[in-house]
Design a protein around this ligand. Structure first.
Ligand SMILES: [Zn+2]
Length: 234
């Protein structure tokens, strides 16, 4: 495996460099066009500023689309079936929110609905929208807005926290009666894995770079094929 190298941080006149602030020491640095297996590091504290992700757009598109396919069964199918002395109770994700609301825990119902149902869906739709727009090389004012919105929503989507809650509930309820795990639990696990893969593949730096190129192309009516940084590289 090739060794990771430091990216050049000089020559501010280069039009393919982008400025980035170090997350650890706040030093403002220009990051040049780095290739695969290279990583840009801060010269002051050695923190990683940017790591090139290969085939980022295609992977984000594929993983977000796959995750969306499992979203509906994960939320609509029974996730747990509890049998207590012949009384069967099937529970879905949506049922859980309604039950919490009915029992007076409206604030918890809202929190679960926002963090575990609405925000993950919203984030996947945003990732898919951004990937498709860049893949099709279509610029609109919605694209930068969607990128900013994805950045804001990423901290609110907490599928893994909700999954941890389900596991705790399974352990605690297993003593009450016969507990049968539903198909939704499998769909939820797959949804979680695909969502994490989509987020891991997503490269915000490359997305902003592609957006800038598409915007310049739209403004100047220049053919993208003549550009020194082709979109196909992202
Ligand atoms: Zn630093």
């Amino acid at each position: 495996m090739p060794a990771l190298q430091k990216a050049s941080i000089s020559n501010p006149s280069n039009d393919r460099e982008h400025w980035s602030a170090c997350h650890d020491c706040d030093l403002l640095l220009p990051i040049h066009d780095i290739t695969e297996n290279q990583v840009a590091r801060c010269p002051r504290c050695n923190a990683v500023l940017y790591r090139h992700k290969k085939n980022s757009i295609n992977k984000t598109l594929a993983f977000s689309l796959s995750a969306l396919l499992f979203y509906i069964p994960a939320n609509m199918l029974p996730i747990l079936t509890l049998n207590i002395y012949g009384n069967m109770g099937r529970n879905t994700m949506l049922n859980g929110v309604f039950r919490l609301w009915e029992q007076g825990f409206w604030w918890m119902a809202l929190l679960v609905a926002i963090c575990s149902i609405l925000m993950p869906l919203f984030e996947l739709i945003l990732l898919l929208t951004i990937s498709v727009a860049i893949k099709r090389q279509r610029y609109s004012a919605v694209l930068p807005f969607a990128i900013k919105l994805q950045h804001l929503t990423s901290s609110w989507a907490m599928l893994e926290v909700y999954l941890l809650g389900i596991i705790v509930a399974i352990v605690k309820m297993s003593d009450l009666g016969e507990l049968v795990l539903g198909q939704a639990l499998v769909c939820y696990l797959i949804l979680l894995v695909f969502t994490l893969c989509a987020l891991q593949s997503y490269d915000r730096h490359s997305v902003w770079l592609a957006t800038e190129i598409l915007r310049n192309k739209t403004r100047n009516n220049v053919n993208m094929k003549n550009k020194s940084w082709p979109i196909s590289r992202l």
